[in-house]
Design a protein around this ligand. Structure first.
Ligand code: NAD
Ligand code: ZN
Length: 318
């Protein structure tokens, strides 16, 4: 369903009151904010989340690393769906929420951003200090030799190996993992791309799959950022995934105040937040950023808060 806010949100979203925006602005004005974003930060860019008001009704089978590694047919199905879904995912643009966070970084209010998202949209919006906890779909990696390949390059190789798929320009409803809900048979006939370095057939998306862990260095850097912040702002996450929830738990243990901006409450650990706002990330963040003077234009679309560019992590692993 396409609404004025994007394809994955209800027509009627809750709208935060001016008093709530004042409270978010007070929270931000204290500075040294660490932001944790989830899939809800990108729904207004047209990328579906997992557990939003509409998407939670969609059947979904999470892909585990072990199943992916062991099952050739599953890998064929994954890459066939990813091949079809890639162009929509690749063409998604940062939304008002991403741009408001860049403005808050430029105003030295946000000092670090952690994202559970794998879409590269924070970087594309111009955000500087950020860590991708779950990696990025802009690259694929070989688990056997460590080779890294840009996703766009892989798309070209897959198109050459599957000319009939490329020719028929199959399109389907976008799915949350940069893939698409492709119907019909033939998925297991999809030809995989061999690893350009070792020739193996287990290239995987450059993301942390279920059953894998956040890389040690990323986890350490993110926990250090948490210890160094004065407030934790969570945007658009159900916190169902522990690797995101851990920051909220730790913040509570370290008596760091936490604020949640999310459509649909409660979320996991909701009681750990001193401030919870039920509203669209794009609306709440833009209004709060304006209130603290981080955005002076009336329309963030006209506020130059960085230049659009392709994620640098398309070239090298993080
Ligand atoms: P989730 O789907 O579990 O939760 C998203 C939450 O955001 C929901 O509570 C939803 O109601 C809320 N929401 C949706 N749109 C919103 C908006 N515009 N403003 C405010 N709130 C909004 O997502 P999660 O907690 O991030 O966990 C999902 C996991 O799946 C993550 O680990 C992530 O790696 C991955 N994922 C990533 C993407 C992406 O990169 N864009 C998309 C889907 C899933
Ligand atoms: Zn390899």
């Amino acid at each position: 369903m396409m609404t004025e806010h994007g394809a994955w949100l209800p027509t009627e979203c809750p709208v935060a009151s001016d008093e709530e925006i004042d409270r978010v602005a007070e929270f931000l004005a204290r500075g040294r904010v660490l932001v944790l974003t989830g899939a809800g930060c990108s729904t207004e860019s047209g990328i579906p989340d997992y557990r939003g008001p509409i998407t939670r009704l969609r059947p979904r089978t999470p892909l585990t690393w072990q199943a992916f590694a062991d099952d050739l047919e599953l890998r064929r199905r994954y890459w066939a769906r990813s091949f079809v879904g890639w162009s929509s995912f690749r063409d998604a643009r940062p939304c008002a929420a991403h741009r408001a966070l860049v403005a808050l970084e430029s105003a030295s209010i946000v000092q670090m951003l952690l994202t559970q998202n794998v879409d590269g949209l924070h970087e594309r919006a111009g955000h500087q200090a950020h860590l991708e906890l779950h990696g990025s779909l802009w690259r694929a990696t070989c688990p056997d030799c460590g080779h890294v390949i840009e996703r766009n390059e892989l798309q070209e190789i897959l198109a050459r190996r599957n000319p009939e798929w490329a020719r028929c320009g199959r399109r389907a409803l976008m799915a949350p993992d940069g893939d698409a809900d492709v119907d019909g048979g033939g998925l297991t006939d999809f030809a995989l791309a061999p690893c350009p370095s070792c020739g193996g057939d287990r290239l995987k998306p450059g993301v942390v799959m279920f059953g894998e862990s956040v890389p040690h260095a990323v986890r350490e850097a993110s926990l250090a950022a948490l210890s160094d912040c004065a407030g934790l702002l969570v945007v658009g996450s159900s916190l169902s995934v522990y690797s995101g929830f851990r920051y909220v738990q730790r913040a509570a243990q370290q008596r760091i105040p936490a604020c949640l901006v999310n459509i649909g409450l409660p979320v996991r650990g909701g009681e750990l937040f001193s401030l919870r706002v039920d509203g669209r990330a794009g609306d709440v963040l833009v209004r709060a950023a304006r209130r603290v003077g981080a955005i002076d234009s009336l329309d963030i679309g006209h506020h130059r808060v960085g230049h659009a560019r392709y994620p640098s992590n398309t070239r090298a692993p993080g």
